[in-house]
Design a protein around this ligand. Structure first.
Ligand code: CTP
Ligand code: MG
Length: 234
């Protein structure tokens, strides 16, 4: 394959606060990471770099092998860093072979539909990055302390998801530039855009939400239980 997917799973999960690195926390019988990787391996074949929390590389390797099945030769596990940007950097450094397109995906978006991954790959060009995004549905206010000081026009806003896809050469040079500027970007699209490149968005999906808090984990559990009921119905 000429596409690689870097799955960043090295975060500690402070807000989930589940007593283990977030990616290794169970949703049902399978962990957040395992669900994310099942989605990745249900998409078109790609090289897969899994970025693990330091000290948990063995557990991550086991999950990655199980998820990969006969695609195990396409998988590599590396150790992450203390920020997401450092973890992505570690993933980029581990790419091998002739990769033209790189996707960066949050393991925490465990239920992302495989079709969303394929759609991002299809939309990346040699110059343009692509992110899935959803329209913002809430009414947004600009605030200052407890004062509401204005409205925000939500029609010009979108909520970014992953996987985010980029031409490899430009993403690598953008990461090098970010390293020397010492700026921490909120996501890969912001880092890529800061290097002067164009980013487009395609439709995201509700199922690609990020598991961040305990209530997000509950939501994922409900979605999987619902699917299990449908499948076991007579
Ligand atoms: N991530 C990573 N390395 C880090 C920080 C985050 O690989 N140093 C990954 C997480 O594993 C996750 C994704 O980036 O898949 C999105 O990050 P987030 O949801 O913020 O996860 P955590 O940083 O683990 O959670 P928290 O911010 O609540 O601690
Ligand atoms: Mg975080």
């Amino acid at each position: 394959p000429d596409t690689a997917i870097i799955v960043v799973a090295a975060g500690s999960g402070t807000r989930l606060d589940a007593g283990a690195p977030k990616a290794l926390v169970g949703i049902d019988s399978r962990s957040i990471l395992r669900h994310a990787l099942d989605g990745v391996f249900a998409a078109a074949p790609a090289q897969v770099i899994v970025v693990a929390p330091a000290g948990f590389e063995g557990d991550v390797e086991t999950e990655a092998r199980e998820a990969a099945g006969d695609r195990v030769d396409l998988v590599r596990v590396v150790t992450g860093g203390s920020t997401r940007q450092q973890s992505v950097s570690a993933g980029l450094a581990a790419l091998w072979g002739d990769i033209a397109t790189v996707l960066v995906h949050d393991a925490a978006r465990a239920l992302t539909p495989p079709a969303q991954i394929d759609a991002v790959v299809a939309a990346v060009t040699s110059e343009v990055g692509v992110i899935p995004a959803l329209p913002v549905v809430d009414t947004l206010k600009r605030v200052d302390g407890d004062a509401v000081i204005g409205a925000v026009d939500r029609s010009e806003l979108a909520a970014a998801q992953t996987p985010q896809g980029f031409p490899r050469a430009l993403l690598e040079s953008a990461y090098a530039a970010a390293l020397s500027s010492r700026v921490e970007y909120t996501d890969d699209a912001a880092l890529f855009a800061a290097a002067g490149h164009l980013v487009r968005h395609i439709d995201g999906s509700a199922r690609a939400f990020k598991i961040t808090t305990p209530s997000d984990l509950e939501r994922a559990r409900h979605l999987l239980a619902e699917a299990a009921e449908v499948h076991s119905a007579p």
